[in-house]
Design a protein around this ligand. Structure first.
Ligand SMILES: Cc1ncc(COP(=O)(O)O)c(C=O)c1O
Ligand SMILES: N[C@@H](CCOP(=O)(O)O)C(=O)O
Length: 468
């Protein structure tokens, strides 16, 4: 499989290079040049298969023969061996027509683990094959950071630097990043918001001298392998509900648009997805864009769903490339307008194409808390604030015609204060994570300044000397 950039000016690459690259060198994001196609019989054959077997079938065509079958199967098996549920991503019925897809049974209690546990293994595999080291950077609004650190801690070939907005993540999220004691882990608390952190990460990728000197790699969903691993659970859930013989809709708590883009990829591969519903908190740039056709940045408002406090939504660029017929120049123009003036308009044809697949809705703070309280009272099920946003928005979009699956993106115990305030119930962390709440913390507080972050990384990354 070949991959090209959304902006059309970076080299076309194969999977392993895309895996190590992160952002494309023209500032764009890599996309597979074609979507593998699964016919009805193939999708039907997933029924009754294990998560791991479906994962292999879905992921294989994107990798081609770059990783031998047995090696890929072993990495998939290892990645999910530590999940606390045998189904990996179990589906729970929550109403006559609605289902919750629990994606939080991995080591850090967030959906990010599903991809990150595999990504860590794949990167290590490719780096070992090539005899290289890499410097991993990532920006987090809370969950990506913990999941990435868990996946890369102690790995010999990588140093990992995670940028997070100081004071804007939950205590559990912060401790998942700051209590890892391995020397290759660096949690960097920046005085800014998530968008500032993400802009610095992208800035470092666009600073080629620095990027090449430290062998920079990325673990945000700018990395195609993150999206790839997330496509799997759309197939697993839909097949459990009758696909390919029945259509299914998904509502996805959304920030950086990575998780829902994986659903779009599944649809492009042949999964009968009726609608993909974007669920946002009050930081609703995506909902506004679908309504008005104008992508317009506003300030970020801190909420009780901090992982979705995002205004510049990375993967939306991948969708723009899709609906623009992979016209790299058109995507570049829109992205240039965004960085120059903070907004851009989407033309009618691409906007109509988006609207034919995606719906959207938003949920404010009061509605989030009320949804947590109601769901606890009525069903005895404790939602985390992000999943609650999905449940609220799904109700507005569910017309009963096809099953509606809400993606359960985090465990409530990651946000105990918000959940307790809403429901009166304080969710407990799983036993093996309790020690983390009293462990010593280690973090570096830095200015939200690319130069400052780059200097810190140059001083601490072992890959600066290039190669092992
Ligand atoms: C708990 C939770 N829900 C939802 C999201 C939004 O996912 P995405 O950024 O892929 O849209 C995130 C962050 O990414 C998250 O951590
Ligand atoms: N919500 C995310 C933000 C980063 O998103 P990513 O999917 O691009 O890594 C987080 O929790 O960090």
């Amino acid at each position: 499989m070949k991959y090209s950039s959304t902006r059309g000016e970076a080299p076309v690459l194969e999977f392993s290079d895309v895996l190590l690259q992160g952002l494309a060198r023209d500032g764009g994001l890599y996309l597979p040049e074609t979507w593998p196609q699964f016919d009805t019989a193939t999708i039907a054959s997933f029924a009754g298969k294990s998560y791991q077997d479906v994962a292999y079938a879905v992921i294989r065509p994107f990798i081609g023969d770059e990783i031998p079958e047995n090696d890929l199967k072993t990495m998939i098996a290892d990645a999910y061996a530590g999940f606390r549920h045998p189904a990996v991503t179990p589906l729970v019925q929550s109403g006559s027509n609605t289902f919750l897809l629990e994606l939080f049974h991995g080591p850090t209690l967030a959906f990010k683990d599903v991809a990150m546990q595999l990504l860590g293994r794949m990167m290590d595999y490719v780096l070992t094959q090539r005899g290289l080291r890499a410097t991993i950077v990532g920006a987090t609004s809370g969950d990506t950071g913990g999941a990435a650190i868990e996946a890369f801690r102690g790995r010999e070939r990588t140093d990992i630097f995670i940028l997070f907005p100081d004071g804007r993540v939950s205590n559990v999220q912060r401790r998942q990043m700051t209590t890892a004691c391995e020397d290759n882990v660096h949690a960097l608390a920046l005085a800014g918001n998530f968008d500032d952190c993400q802009a610095i990460v992208k800035g470092m990728f666009n600073h080629f001298a620095f990027r090449d000197r430290v062998a920079l790699s990325g673990v945000n969903s700018i990395n195609w392998a993150r999206i790839l691993a997330q496509i799997v659970y759309y197939f697993v859930a839909a097949v459990a509900l009758g696909a390919p013989h029945r259509k299914v809709s998904f509502t996805v708590p959304t920030g950086n648009f990575g998780d829902i883009f994986a659903g779009y990829a599944a649809k492009k591969m042949g999964l009968p997805v009726e609608k993909l519903i974007v669920a946002t908190n009050v930081n609703d740039i995506l909902a506004r864009t679908l309504e008005t056709g104008r992508y317009e940045k506003r300030g970020v408002t801190p909420t009780i769903s901090p992982s979705m406090d995002i205004q510049v939504s990375s993967n939306f660029e991948r969708l723009l490339a899709e609906v623009s017929g992979r016209d790299g120049a058109a995507v570049r123009r829109m992205m240039d307008r965004l960085s120059q003036s903070g907004s851009f308009g989407i033309e009618k044809a691409p906007l109509d194409a988006m609207r034919s697949v995606f719906g959207a809705g938003r949920c404010n703070e009061h509605e989030t808390a009320a949804t947590i309280a109601e769901t606890w009272k009525e069903a005895g099920y404790l939602l985390d604030p992000h999943t609650a946003i999905g449940v609220h928005v799904a109700k507005e979009h569910d017309d009963g015609s096809v099953p509606m699956v809400v993606l359960g993106t985090a465990h409530p115990a990651k946000f105990p204060d918000a959940v307790e305030k809403a429901s009166g119930i304080r969710p407990e962390l799983p036993e093996n994570l309790k020690d983390m709440m009293i462990a010593e913390e280690r973090q570096q507080v830095l200015a939200a300044d690319q130069g400052v972050v780059e200097r810190f990384i140059e001083d601490h990354a072992r890959a600066v000397t290039a190669g092992v």
